[in-house]
Design a binder for this molecule. Structure first.
Ligand code: SAH
Ligand code: SF4
Length: 453
């Protein structure tokens, strides 16, 4: 979602004649769009700010200015504290107020002019949760990648006890369906072939139906929205993330069996396989509920594969709880997954729970779970050897001459192939599978290009 927000910030600043630069030392304005989900992400902000300050000092010595702004969830959570720790920062804004950035820049510039070269003065902090959604003030996208993001829902009312999202992104909000369809059409006009719908709880989506909605619906759920998006010509792939098991309703499960553009790969975080921990996490589902949903999805779309998130070492986690998580992993057999050590977040209930798990034990358990998940991922990749996969090439690879694409299962396929294939869905015969990528031969090209991982 921060990638989506950063793209919107770029669009907002274009009329002010700002362009992206690859070189932070040359920037007139540096913006850190930050994440607060785990402590590590937060610590990075202050070390990055230290580096930016050096650039700012160098520029000032040459008579140039560099404004520094901090946006995103760390900004929301820390607010004034950022100005106290880093007084050289000019603007601090949260995820719901970035549309006001042009005004903030104008205000800082006015202050600077009034101070006649004695610096820009005290910074601005805007961590409001406005009643009017920022989406109403954002310009239409000016550019799109082949694989685009589209935020349809934000915030969360679920208050899992480990999580900062409800405090930093605010309460749950769904954009009107008509606005989403319009933005999706625009992205496709700009070259998008794949759209990933985004939300902290994307499957809790319940947006206002367009005025002319058939069946007289007042609101659309995610299943309905996906059906409508699938009618857009030129939009070949649809995905959505991140979902909560509680909001996987039958409409949405059915959509997986009905919409060919909806990719057979779903990221569905479970966090733990232990019912006792799921309860103290306030997830409001059991391991069995999760397994049932997986079964129903497999019935609707037999070739579907899953990814998930796991929190390891949540307060009170016993060896038995840990085993329950390993058991769940074995039962589902994931194609991919993310696992994290529990990280205490300020102001969340789990931060002050008894039974905090020792760091060494967290690390031990994390490695155990990651070994199993990696094994499953590699085994899943191997099942695709000898099959033909449709690959959407969406970017230039790091190795010269290479382009990078993704299978329907988000597996990465780096190939030595001409750039003209960027944006093309191409059939690739998979020859070899690795832990994190696959290798193959392009089938629908006369050149029959051989490839390297
Ligand atoms: N809405 C999604 C998750 C959004 S947060 C859901 O309900 O599942 C993204 C992921 O960050 C979570 O799935 C969780 O695994 C991880 N996460 C959130 N808070 C964390 C914390 N305090 N420590 C470690 N991981 C955390
Ligand atoms: Fe955080 Fe997801 Fe729980 Fe909401 S549902 S509190 S975003 S983990």
């Amino acid at each position: 979602m921060n990638v989506y927000d950063s793209d919107r910030i770029k669009d907002l600043l274009k009329p002010l004649n700002y362009q992206l630069t690859d070189d932070p030392a040359q920037a007139d304005l540096s913006i850190l769009n930050t994440c607060h989900i785990r402590e590590k992400a937060e610590q990075k902000v202050y070390s990055d700010l230290g580096r930016l300050r050096q650039h700012q000092t160098n520029r000032r010595q040459q008579g140039d200015e560099m404004l520094i702004a901090v946006g995103g969830c760390v900004a929301q959570a820390e607010g004034e504290e950022i100005l106290r720790q880093a007084p050289y920062v000019s603007m601090v804004f949260g995820p719901q107020t970035y549309h006001r950035l042009p005004e903030m820049i104008a205000q800082m510039t006015r202050q600077k002019d009034a101070r006649k070269g004695r610096g820009a003065g005290r910074g601005i902090v805007d961590t409001d949760f406005p009643v009017e959604s920022k989406f109403d003030s954002l310009p239409t996208p000016q550019s799109s990648s082949v694989s685009a993001f589209l935020s349809i829902q934000e915030g969360c009312d679920k208050f899992c006890t480990f999580c900062v999202v409800p405090y930093t992104r605010g309460t749950e909000y769904s954009r009107p369906a008509g606005d989403i369809l319009q933005e999706a059409r625009r992205l496709v006009e700009l070259g998008a072939k794949e759209i990933t719908l985004l939300g902290q709880n994307v499957n809790a989506y319940h947006g206002q139906a367009p005025h002319l909605s058939s069946h007289g619906d007042q609101e659309w759920g995610l299943g309905r929205l996906l059906h409508e998006l699938a009618t857009i010509d030129g939009l070949h792939r649809l995905r959505y993330m991140t979902s909560h098991p509680r909001d996987m309703d039958q409409d949405l499960i059915d959509a997986h069996g009905q919409i060919p553009q909806l990719m057979p790969f779903l990221h569905l975080p479970v966090q733990s396989g232990s019912d006792a921990l799921l309860k103290t996490m306030n997830r409001k589902h059991t391991a069995k509920d999760y397994l049932d949903i997986i079964d129903r999805l497999r019935k609707a779309r037999p070739d579907i594969a899953f990814s998930s998130d796991f929190i390891i070492g949540f307060p009170g986690e016993t060896q038995q709880d840990h085993q329950a998580t390993l058991d769940l992993v074995r039962q589902v057999d994931f194609a991919q997954a993310y696992s994290f050590k529990y990280s205490v977040r300020p102001g969340t209930p789990a931060g002050s729970m008894d039974g905090q798990v020792a760091e060494t034990l967290k690390t031990e358990r994390l490695y155990e779970i990651q070994d199993l998940l990696k094994e499953q991922q590699w085994a899943f990749n191997k099942t695709k050897v000898g099959t033909v996969q449709s690959v959407l090439f969406d970017r230039i690879g790091k190795v010269p001459g290479q382009i990078l694409g993704k299978t329907p299962y988000m597996q990465s396929v780096p190939l030595e192939a001409p750039k003209r294939l960027l944006g093309c869905l191409t059939d690739v015969l998979i020859k070899e599978a690795y832990a994190n990528s696959m290798m193959g031969i392009i089938l629908d090209s006369l050149e029959s290009i051989s490839v390297a991982a």
